[in-house]
Design a protein around this ligand. Structure first.
Ligand code: ADP
Ligand code: ZN
Length: 735
């Protein structure tokens, strides 16, 4: 291979274009998909060659030469590059930054794909050494020599040697001097995917599972399927059969999950049932481990790749199936930087590679349901719980009519007692961490607020602090009102307060709180989920961390402490979102033989939302919400792009969006409604003022054409220099 005369290189800078370079003078071939080191301004940057060209629009004396070619062979295939370019185009985000999101950190920094390691091995002279004589004089040298003689000519890498024989360096010195040992650098050998115990057989599928499986198997190549199954209906069993097919074919499977830390059960189940240890890709891996997973995926040796959002970019030369579990989960959408939806990219990728993509959920998003209605996706329903478990009974508790203590109503407390007495387990759900959401002065009513955000400080009683959940600011818990010096008190409940109250009321039971505060230590979540699954924790109290996909066999009662948070939401997605969160947490109850019960505390029991949810389930809420969105022309019936801007002064944030608005309106697009600019719902956050401009389009393609033109104009506008701005395509949060 030789390099093309001109290289179009993606460099990690916030500009939506590629940069032309001449190939490095090192003679190594730089082709699309290889990394190069380039001069950029006065710095050096790692870039990726996107394409080659025979000439450049730049004058000859302006084109700079790459400093070095970093890869012997391209690290990204044509398909990988295609996906990255698609992502850049669709999300209107600079290609260099897309690349930076997609590549593991070490590759971004220019480190080698295959790190070379230092090895130590015996030299030929070592064969003739009189070991016994040496053992008399120098036992440590002997130990080292024997270890290396056993290892043979390949030797042992330095890290492993240090692990096996910590003091080896000292002993090695005289041996090197005598020529008995030698040192060399070599590539680390790629281990094949670990084959664990032979695959275990699964249960016989029920008729719905079988029908879904047959339907997917019947159509080779691309197809997008929604596996719409109530919680515990056996969706995972269907994935497992499909994965087995693909593995038998020698191909790779990609499984995207919301949060790996929360799904140790799934990872364990995959390996025991398929007999292959999954290769995991997620953000809490070390950089080295992440690169190793990425490399194995790229080499095709990783057959089962399980990862969070960014794993959608993992290189998979031989992909045969993509699964997105809990399709509705918001973590699939990145909320900063490159604001991509991993679910949507998974679908695009599956189509490009002509393989099936399965989206699983008990509470599918309206976008996906709409695609099913219009025939783009196939909806496969699993209407019943598998293995004979029945759906839980759901009951409302009217907070206006019952006594409560620190947020727990009497009926809920009684139900907890009954379930515990019957050897059941209870889950108390409140999506608000900390002790209390507000600290208020008992005398003047002053409320403790964040100094940098338009928000209240949350009371964290365990660490005696006030914390802002928006910017992370924290300060010591006030003892007295900062205005009138009177006594202050925490108002409302968070999970810490509930935990205290539960301990008071149920002193003889084991209570575990699961939220991002209590689960900070590495391994804490695994441990807590294990206790929960074994049933040795009697009461679980926590946030949405507890609601995601878990299977706790003994859990029979779910209590939703404050269900009203989303009832009057201003976002058009409030109803969908709230129904999802309640159905998901309710779905933890009674997953095995015992009947589950769900108690929902609400101050608005007459709100029609509740009756619809209880009588018609999520399907009813979704159907109503779709009808409403069609009437009001919100997604999925229209397409949105949200321009955000933030600056130390509100007028700058606004001015930038006014520029954008003018450019848009000059084109007089009849397909477009322009809303704003307005202050963001939380106008000040982390010391910056935030504003937004919403573009709502009846035509997706026209919206994208508009954004393609708009982006470079905005990049070069003077108003952009005073703000941080972004384009969010298909936003899921309107703030
Ligand atoms: P989901 O992914 O829909 O939440 P799972 O696949 O985890 O559901 O299944 C829920 C429970 O039902 C699991 O314990 C699983 O082993 C069991 N299960 C699934 N399918 C069957 C079946 N066909 N027969 C018996 N048990 C089943
Ligand atoms: Zn703050």
């Amino acid at each position: 291979m030789t390099s093309p005369p001109i290289l179009n290189v993606a460099v990690s800078v916030p500009l939506s274009r590629e940069f032309d370079y001449l190939p490095a003078a090192d003679g190594a071939a730089a082709v699309p998909g290889s990394r190069v080191l380039v001069p950029f301004g006065r710095r050096q940057q790692v870039g990726v060659v996107m394409a080659g060209a025979s000439r450049s629009a730049l004058p000859d004396n302006k084109i700079r030469r790459c400093i070095a070619t970093l890869d012997e062979e391209p690290i990204l295939s044509a398909d990988d590059l295609w996906l990255l370019r698609f992502t850049s185009d669709y999300y209107h985000h600079p290609i260099g930054e897309v690349m930076a999101t997609a590549l593991p950190a070490l590759l971004r920094q220019g480190k080698a794909l295959h790190p070379t390691l230092s090895f130590v091995a015996v030299g030929t002279a070592a064969e003739c050494v009189d070991i016994e004589a040496l053992a008399q004089r120098a036992p440590r040298q002997t130990e080292l020599l024997e270890l290396l003689l056993d290892a043979g000519g390949g030797g042992i890498d330095v890290d492993t040697l240090t692990e096996q024989l910590p003091g080896w360096r000292r002993a090695a010195k005289p041996l090197f001097e005598k020529g008995l040992l030698q040192r060399f650098d070599a590539r680390r050998e790629e281990p094949d995917a670990e084959v664990v115990a032979p695959a275990q057989a699964g249960p016989v599928l029920n008729e719905h599972q079988q029908a879904a499986l047959d339907r997917i198997r019947a159509q080779p190549g691309f197809g997008a399927y929604l596996l719409d199954g109530v919680t515990g209906s056996g969706k995972t069993e269907v994935y497992l059969r499909l994965m087995q097919d693909v593995l038998d074919d020698g191909k790779q499977v990609l499984i995207l999950v919301p949060e790996i830390g929360l799904t140790p059960q799934l990872v364990a189940r995959l390996s025991s049932r398929l007999g292959v240890a999954p290769t995991v890709l997620h953000s809490s891996l070390t950089d080295t481990a992440r690169l190793a997973s990425w490399r194995n995926a790229r080499a095709g040796t990783a057959k089962l790749v399980v990862g969070t959002r960014s794993a959608v970019f993992a290189p998979l030369p031989n992909v045969g199936l993509i699964v997105v579990d809990e399709e509705h989960d918001h973590s699939f959408k990145q909320s900063e930087g490159l604001r991509y939806s991993a679910r949507d990219l998974a679908i695009v990728r599956a189509k490009h590679c002509d393989v099936p993509v399965i989206l699983g959920s008990a509470t599918p998003t309206l976008e996906v349901l709409h695609h099913c209605r219009s025939g783009n996706f196939t909806r496969l329903e699993l209407p019943e719980r598998a293995g004979g478990a029945r759906p839980p009974n759901v009951r409302l508790v009217d907070l206006g009519r019952v006594a409560t203590s620190e947020g727990l109503s009497e009926p809920l407390t009684r139900a907890i007692a009954t379930h515990l007495q019957n050897d059941g387990q209870a889950l108390i759900f409140l999506n608000r961490r900390g002790f209390a959401p507000t600290l208020i002065c008992a005398s003047c009513g002053h409320v403790a607020e964040c100094k940098r955000c338009d928000s209240r400080m949350t009371v964290h009683a365990r660490e005696r602090s006030l914390r802002c959940h928006h910017c992370g600011a924290s300060r010591a818990l006030d003892q007295h009102c900062s205005v009138c010096a009177a006594e202050v008190r925490p108002l409302g409940e968070g999970t810490e307060r509930l935990e205290d109250e539960l301990r008071l009321q149920f002193p003889n039971y084991r209570i575990t709180r699961i939220d991002s505060d209590s689960m900070q230590k590495r391994g804490a979540i695994d441990e807590a989920l294990k206790l929960a699954a074994e049933g040795s924790a009697n009461i679980l109290v926590g946030t949405q961390m507890l609601s995601k996909g878990h299977h706790f066999p003994k859990l029979t009662l779910v209590g939703v402490v404050n269900a009203d948070q989303g009832l009057f939401g201003t976002d058009f997605r409030s109803a969908e979102r709230m129904a999802q969160s309640i159905i998901q947490v309710a779905g933890r109850a009674g997953r095995e033989s015992r009947q589950g019960e769900v108690i929902i505390q609400t101050a608005f029991p007459d709100n029609p939302f509740w009756q619809r949810l209880i009588d018609g389930g999520y399907a009813q809420i979704a159907q109503d919400a779709l009808a409403e969105r069609e009437q009001t022309r919100w997604p999925p019936y229209t397409w949105l792009a949200l321009l955000r801007s933030a600056a130390p002064r509100m007028q700058d944030a606004r001015a930038f969006l006014e520029v954008a608005k003018r450019i848009v309106e000059d084109r007089q697009p009849d397909y477009l409604r322009v809303l704003g600019p307005v202050d963001a719902p939380m106008a000040r956050r982390a010391g910056r003022y935030r504003a937004q401009l919403l573009l709502q389009s009846s035509d997706r393609r026209s919206l994208h054409t508009l954004l393609t033109d708009l982006r470079p104009i905005l990049e070069n506008d003077a108003a952009a220099r005073k703000v941080r701005w972004s384009i969010d395509v298909d936003p899921i949060e309107l703030f």
